[in-house]
Ligand binder design. Structure first.
Ligand SMILES: [Zn+2]
Length: 95
């Protein structure tokens, strides 16, 4: 899983395509993430009327927005001094 909590993301597939958001929770086992205000489903709840339910999104449906160049990008990995770091494939900077 290349995505992390608090990453800025852009949705590239599905009904929220084109929207930008922030990751609130990562589900590494299922390869999904919860993003703020993304994939909201209206649900009828007994005694509470209609409630908004946020459903997880497939990680492959989002791209990380690089905090350095501010572009949606693919994330690369490199290992330096036994530490795994992520980098932006657009500007090559770590983040
Ligand atoms: Zn970048």
């Amino acid at each position: 899983m290349k995505l992390r909590k608090n990453d800025k993301i852009k949705i590239v597939r599905g009904k929220d395509k084109g929207k930008e958001s922030v990751i609130e929770r990562v589900l590494p086992k299922s390869g999904k993430i919860y993003a703020k205000d993304i994939n909201i489903v209206k649900k009828h709840a007994k005694g509470r009327g209609i409630i908004d339910l946020i459903k997880p999104v497939q990680a492959s449906n989002v791209m990380v927005i690089c905090p350095n160049c501010n572009k949606p990008t693919r994330v690369g990995y490199k290992v330096e001094k036994e530490k795994k770091t992520r980098f932006c494939k657009q500007c090559q900077k770590d983040f």
